[in-house]
Write a protein that binds this ligand. Sequence first.
Ligand code: DC
Length: 207
Amino acid sequence: MIIAVDGPTASGKGTIAKALAERYGLPHLDTGLLYRAVGRGVALAGGDPDDPADALAATAFPPELLGDPELRSEASGGLASRVSIHPEVRAALLERQRAFAARPGGAVLDGRDIGTVIAPGADVKLFVTASVEARAERRFNEMREAGRAVTLEAIAADLRARDERDRNRAAAPLVAAPDAIVLDTSALSREDAIARAVALVDRMSAK
Ligand code: DC
């Protein structure tokens, strides 16, 4: 079974994808991490994330970079959003994601274009979303717990900017596949969101 989980930043899609992978015994790929590694790679090389050639060069990142804790930072997320605009970067990361999706037994992938581009034939497609306010508050609490000095306003502004870029880019924009089920987690606890996702997968995969 292939499960595609797409949605905007801090919607809960990563948490849900991980929980589904565990529940159904499937391997999980957080595809945002690949774009984050490219963004971080450009920064480490002193390149320009808005330059397609610099960004493309960074797609040949060493595998160890995926374990860099800095990839989880807001700065890396912003860089990832910028490098992900370039069609050549998306093309360079495509095969790796498709190969993961094609693993025997299936897989769970989360990102922005899994249900639309990477695995359009996925058995189950979820589009996980939440209001900007709910997402900003979650991200704010996470960052505060991690001891980072941030304000709710700055996080909300950053989320809006990233949504705008992810939704409006020409190549594989963030959009729900026509056959995706939308799961709005704004008013749901983590546990309820996971329970709802499991119920949806059970229902859709039984069809
Ligand atoms: O899911 P995330 O916040 O880690 O993703 C970071 C950025 O990477 C996101 O703003 C857009 C890009 N991305 C993408 O374009 N396609 C994906 N499948 C995953 C992420």
